[in-house]
Design a protein around this ligand. Structure first.
Ligand code: PHE
Length: 340
């Protein structure tokens, strides 16, 4: 009997080694311990043994079947552990997978530029305010001392919604809105979209962006305007950027000026992009607030003076990033956008 059992055990051990999944284990259990299993049939054969051998044979069979059961249980645990590990591996979410598909976006160059400008002025103590893109003829032209026959008033220059309401062609209407609030002194900037009936070309677009600046206080002078402009230009473009002031005319400032800066392409040497002048296209217009404008807003022009300017945000971005075409800012070409 002992010999037979050892053989069975040997065969079982071999079978067990080859078993790789739970179904195979179950088959082994049936093969050895099942109703017609090998150990079971040996158990049955005890009946035929001489009486004195029965107890020993019974004990040996029980030991063998316990061993088989233990081995099966152990192997069962091992297989389960392997399966679990495999499952965990297969189901792990790889958070880095397909990363390229989910690139995150960022603000457009124009918005980045507006934010940068606003924060420069904020650091200089200016309030940042927002204004409407649709405004009234009164705020856009009348209160800004614009003569009735000023060319900017014509429908060929400005988009009207009706006789009194239009898409603002400049942010200067914000000067009126703030001055009419009546809180003095004023130190504000206001950036946003403006609209003009312009043909699209390298430097023009029917929608572009301006930043308006207005300061009203006692004893504000042209020197304050120049100092503010110079501080801001150097902050935005660096110390080697120079400014050129040219006399100009605006109905709402007197005297008025326009400002150019060093050509960003040739750094002032003269090149084809600046027509060999060494200066950029005009970046901004400004001047001392016209007394008539102050009076239209109920401010005593004997006591208070002010300066104002409006700068082209798109042109600032073009100078800053060396762009030769304003349309790049609106085309939404990914190859361009991704560079910022
Ligand atoms: N509004 C003028 C323009 O759009 C710029 C300007 C603003 C000029 C403020 C003087 C004062 O060209």
């Amino acid at each position: 009997m002992e010999e037979k059992l050892n053989k069975v055990l040997e065969a079982f051990t071999k079978d067990l080694e080859g078993a790789n999944d739970l179904a195979e284990l179950e088959n082994l259990r049936i093969k050895y311990l099942g109703k017609k299993g090998e150990v079971t049939s040996l158990k049955k054969s005890i009946a035929k043994l001489p009486k004195e051998e029965k107890p020993k044979a019974g004990k040996l069979i029980n030991q063998t079947s316990s061993k088989i059961e233990e081995s099966l249980a152990k192997k069962n645990e091992e297989i389960k552990a392997i399966l679990l590990e495999k499952k965990v591996k297969e189901e792990t979410i790889d958070v880095t997978a397909h990363f390229d598909k989910y690139e995150s976006g960022h603000f457009a160059v124009i918005n980045q530029t507006m934010e940068e400008l606003e924060s420069i002025f904020q650091n200089m103590g200016f309030d940042v305010i927002e204004g409407p893109e649709v405004d009234t003829v009164k705020y856009v032209f009348d209160d800004l001392n614009s003569p009735k026959d000023h060319p900017a008033r014509s429908t060929s220059d400005t988009f009207y919604i009706n006789e009194d309401v239009l898409l603002r062609p400049h942010t200067s209407s914000m000067q009126i809105r703030v001055m009419k609030e009546g809180k003095l002194p004023i130190r504000m900037v206001s950036a946003g979209r403006v609209f003009r009936n312009d043909e699209v070309d390298q430097t023009h677009s029917p929608m572009f962006h301006q930043l308006e600046c207005l300061v009203v206080d006692e004893k504000v002078s042209m020197a304050n305007l120049k100092a503010t402009l110079e501080t801001f230009i150097k902050e935005m473009f660096g110390e080697d950027m120079n400014l050129r002031y040219r006399p100009h005319h605006f109905p709402f400032t007197e005297p008025s000026l326009e400002v150019d800066v060093t050509c960003p392409v040739c750094k002032g040497e003269g090149c084809s992009s600046c027509g060999n002048t060494g200066w950029s296209m005009e970046l901004l217009g400004g001047g001392m607030v016209h007394p008539k404008v102050l009076e239209a807003c109920g401010i005593d022009s004997e006591k208070y003076t002010g300066f104002a300017f409006g700068l082209g945000v798109d042109r600032i971005a073009m100078v800053k990033y060396g762009l030769d075409d304003i349309r790049l800012l609106y085309d939404n070409d990914k190859r361009f956008i991704e560079q910022f």
